[in-house]
Design a binder for this molecule. Structure first.
Ligand code: IDP
Ligand code: MG
Length: 149
């Protein structure tokens, strides 16, 4: 089953939206297989956003992600990468469709609530970057029988 990496950013943790966001993910049917509240070391933030090193917002982005704790997660499910990106919504919350996490809960691109891996390849990279293998659980959920044919 496909896995993806999702991180609730510092703005959403400070705004007490962790429960709301995890609830949306759970209701969708994605299975939580790892999760932790953590302060992000600068080196981890820099590595996570390495593809954006040359962007004008890179330094602010690294400062923001390291400014207060995040809630990092691994989610599992059929097409988990694509499904998580869909329920997260467009990068800029002002353009994100209502009903998505960013569309309902965010206002500006620099404070857009949540991160989700953009491909299966980056999901693998990000899961390895943020989690040790022994932090990820493999378990059967009784609702699997009612989520999948
Ligand atoms: P994504 O998070 O939807 O994958 P990316 O383009 O990969 O979007 O950008 C990574 C993160 O960088 C965004 O989630 C957002 O926090 C930040 N970001 C992207 N574009 C801008 C911008 O124009 N101004 C400020 N921050 C930005
Ligand atoms: Mg991205």
């Amino acid at each position: 089953m496909e896995k993806t990496f999702v991180m609730i950013k510092p703005d959403a943790v400070q705004r007490n939206l962790v429960g709301e966001i995890i609830s949306r993910i759970e209701r969708k049917g994605l299975k939580l297989v790892a999760g932790k509240l953590m302060s992000v070391p600068k080196s981890l933030a820099e590595e996570h956003y390495v593809e954006h090193t040359d962007k004008p917002f890179y330094n602010d982005l690294v400062s923001f992600i390291t400014s207060a704790p995040v809630f990092a997660m691994v989610l599992e499910g059929e097409d988990a990468v694509k499904v998580a990106r869909h329920i997260i919504g467009e990068t800029n919350p002002s353009e994100a469709t209502p009903g998505t996490i960013r569309g309902d809960l965010g206002l500006t691109v620099g404070r857009n609530i949540i991160h989700g891996s953009d491909s299966v390849e980056s999901a693998e990279k990000e899961i390895n970057l943020w989690f040790n293998e022994d932090e990820i659980s493999d378990y059967e959920s009784p609702q699997d029988a009612w989520l999948y044919e």
